[in-house]
Design a protein around this ligand. Sequence first.
Ligand code: ATP
Length: 233
Amino acid sequence: MLTIEGLRAGYDRLEVLHGLGFSVEAGDPTVVMGANAAGKTTLCRVVTGLIPVRAGTIRLDGEDITRLSSADRVRRGIALVPEGRQVFGEMTVRENLRLGAYVHGEPAARDYDTAFGLFPILLEREGQRAGLLSGGEQQMLALARALMSRPRLLLLDEPSQGLAPKAVEQVAHAVNRIAETGVAILLVEQNLALAQMIARHAVVLETGSCVADGRASEIMASSAIQDSYLGKK
Ligand code: ATP
């Protein structure tokens, strides 16, 4: 589904990703773990086209999308649930969902049905301002909004941030249900509990380079990874 090779990217004179490579398949939810400043958010930005690639390639189902605009990547099926959720607090839940479908124009009834089917709480709150939702509900809304663009690949940037353990569990449950519908998942996380509930494939980033890539259960069980990974939390 998603194949990244030799990826270099950064900001001005700072290079953050130094030749990163890994792939993500549908049915094999992938977590990218790494300490603060390892480059996780930068990776999300570069895959979604928010910052340019300096070297390397990004392919989606074999198609080279390295130079495509963000909007073209959304049209091809890449959606991002950004760090900090970024729901539009003054707009209603339904209006937030509607914006998620912008690349297709107006959402179809079935898009709302899918979102409300996965997150019944959002149907109960559909006329409410998003800023009034709890943190967990806002994360559900951010997920549902991303689904409105009918993605094939969903990127999630630290969805557990600021959430209580119970809400983290709800997020994991929702992401697993989305994965079951055939959507490929790329999760960027520092929260081991959430990563364990979702991922089958794990990649470990250390200062912009990949230091481990393999089965999530094996990588997360490794004491070396746990020490360096959890030690820096
Ligand atoms: P965190 O978990 O703290 O969000 P991260 O792994 O997501 O960390 P990034 O946010 O990708 O890491 O940051 C990687 C490096 O890039 C850091 O040194 C950071 O200071 C730098 N950086 C991030 N965003 C920008 C920006 N907009 N301009 C300049 N430097 C940036």
